[in-house]
Design a protein around this ligand. Structure first.
Ligand SMILES: Cc1cc2nc3c(=O)[nH]c(=O)nc-3n(C[C@H](O)[C@H](O)[C@H](O)COP(=O)(O)OP(=O)(O)OC[C@H]3O[C@@H](n4cnc5c(N)ncnc54)[C@H](O)[C@@H]3O)c2cc1C
Length: 494
């Protein structure tokens, strides 16, 4: 959130009650869309260098044990590069990803670890937060509060916001251990290692952390039969050895955690000046690795809206579009995490194809796509509400690289003079706006416009408005920009 806000020049204070970032691997799948967001923030390369090499992350493994001979290694359906994105998804352990974000956030914001939000109040003008900073109580006045305090954070309850969904779906134990397996795993390296029923309990799996000497084993357990206290260090190591299938491996215990796969979504994302984001707003099961990705997409959606309202070019009503745009996506992710997103199933439909509907999106009357598999199948299109599709504009520049700061109006070279005139008029709205002529082959077809048609893309890369023919009057663009920035709708018929 802090990185996203700084991108638009907004100051923020981050408080985290722990002394540092996560030191126990949880999430690892960084979806294509999240890598696109990281690219917008200039962090994709840093995350890539901390991720598993493609040769390992593009495979899944299935066997009775991790080191046994009877295993299958299957290519996952995502390729190194897709024609639909300038990036590819990565497998980066959350304990490696978070420090990249922390390092950037420290430069971008006032970041305080060992600092706990203990109370807050709000009125029409702002939020007052009471924060315990290393034992000292501090009162902070802010314009808004974003509660990214996780599933167990108290903000949601304090706001009286309930959650809906299937709920808790099981109980699992994660064991983090050290074992020098790099050489033995070289030819079978994968992103995930499913274990068939065998020496380890059915439903167990290993997940790659670095695929060398740091590993995580995930085991289901029944708390009614196996009390948590019975999961001692020696029991954890016993489970790991069963999963490895080779008792001679030198294994060191690094820790264990209990967690419950859960699918729940908050019924509201906003109460006044307080917004929920990330696990505070939604929980998906880890199947498909969607939770953290969904959270990063939340703050990417919210950052430019807060920035616009704080700067004054967006109407406060723009903030009302956060919930209708983000909540349905979380519901879709939670549902997909019940099975459809389970690797090796693709999730492109969910992460690239999910479209927003809100008062800031101007419907152009064209039909929504009807993919046979909405979770897996992404149909690129520039229909309002959709992520503006990727098209190479040269050897290394994507259409996506045009987005991230201003609203961007796209047209073809022939339409550019008229668009420039419309942009001049639209600048009176105060909304940051630029124009770009796309010369790349395939633009008209991919973006669904004829000669001189215009597509207006928001700072988050989603289409706000589209006219397939040249706008009838240059004022239409200004009207569309105003609606896209949350001001009361005016006529934008093309
Ligand atoms: C086994 C497992 C595997 C997973 N795999 C994936 C995956 O592959 N891909 C994926 O996208 N997701 C995955 N996830 C989900 C992912 O880990 C979470 O969605 C993600 O951590 C949520 O981030 P968050 O910042 O919203 O919440 P959290 O990570 O829970 O962070 C919330 C933070 O808020 C702090 N906090 C709480 N209250 C306060 C307070 N009052 N004051 C100050 N600080 C406070 C907490 O200390 C905590 O650090 C997985 C989860 C698990 C358990």
């Amino acid at each position: 959130m802090a990185v996203g806000l700084r991108h638009f020049g907004v100051d923020s204070l981050v408080v985290e009650k722990h002394a540092s970032t996560l030191d126990f691997p949880k999430g690892r799948r960084v979806t294509t869309r999240t890598v696109e967001i990281l690219r917008q923030w200039g962090l994709d390369e840093q995350v890539r260098t901390r991720s598993l090499p493609a040769a390992a992350s593009l495979f899944s493994f299935e066997g009775h044990t991790l080191l046994g001979d009877d295993y299958e290694r299957r290519a996952l359906p995502f390729t190194q590069f897709k024609p639909t994105s300038p990036t590819r998804e990565l497998i980066c352990s959350q304990e490696h990803l978070e420090p990249v974000l922390r390092a950037r956030a420290i430069g971008d914001a006032d970041v305080r670890f060992s600092a706990e939000l203990v109370d807050f109040s709000q009125d029409d003008h702002g939020v007052v937060a009471s924060i315990d900073m290393a034992g000292q109580r501090v009162s902070v006045h802010a314009s808004y509060l974003v509660a990214a305090d996780g599933s167990h954070g108290h903000t949601r309850d304090r706001l009286g916001i309930s959650r809906s969904g299937p709920g808790v779906l099981g109980h699992r134990l994660s064991v983090l251990f050290g074992a020098d397996l790099g050489d033995r795993m070289a030819s079978r390296a994968s992103a995930v290692y499913w274990l068939r029923a065998g020496p380890a309990p059915a439903g167990s799996l290993f997940v790659a952390v670095d695929n060398k000497d740091r590993w995580l084993m995930s085991v289901p357990y029944d708390p009614d039969v196996q009390a948590r206290e019975s999961m001692t260090e020696s029991r954890c190591l016993e489970l790991v050895r069963a999963g490895l299938g080779d008792g001679s491996v030198d294994v060191s215990y690094l820790g264990h955690r209990f967690w419950d796969p859960t699918a729940l979504v908050a019924d509201r994302y906003r109460a006044g000046r307080v917004f929920l984001a990330g696990d505070a707003a939604h929980l998906t099961t880890p199947e498909g690795g969607l939770g953290m990705n969904c959270g990063i997409a939340d703050v990417h959606n919210l950052a430019w809206k807060l920035a616009g309202v704080i700067a004054g070019w967006a109407a406060p009503a723009l903030l009302d579009t956060y919930e209708p745009e983000r909540r349905p996506h979380a519901v879709a992710c939670a549902e997909a995490s019940l099975g459809p997103a389970r690797p090796p199933n693709p999730v492109d439909g969910l992460v690239l194809g999910h479209a927003f509907a809100s008062a800031a999106i101007i419907d152009d009357g064209t039909p929504a796509p009807t993919p046979r598999n909405p979770v897996g199948e992404y149909i690129p299109m520039a229909r309002p509400g959709h992520r503006a599709p990727h098209l190479w504009l040269g050897t290394s520049t994507s259409t996506l690289d045009l987005f991230g700061s201003d609203f961007v109006a796209l047209t073809d070279p022939a339409g550019k003079p008229a668009l420039d005139h419309a942009v001049e008029l639209a600048r009176t709205t105060g909304v940051p706006l630029s124009a770009h002529a796309v010369e790349a082959a395939g633009w008209h077809e991919l973006y669904g416009v004829g000669a001189g048609g215009v597509v207006l893309v928001r700072p988050d890369g989603y289409v706000a408005w589209r006219t397939s023919t040249p706008p009838q009057t240059p004022h239409l663009l200004a009207a569309a920009v105003r609606t896209g920035a949350g001001h009361a709708a005016s006529s934008t018929a093309g």
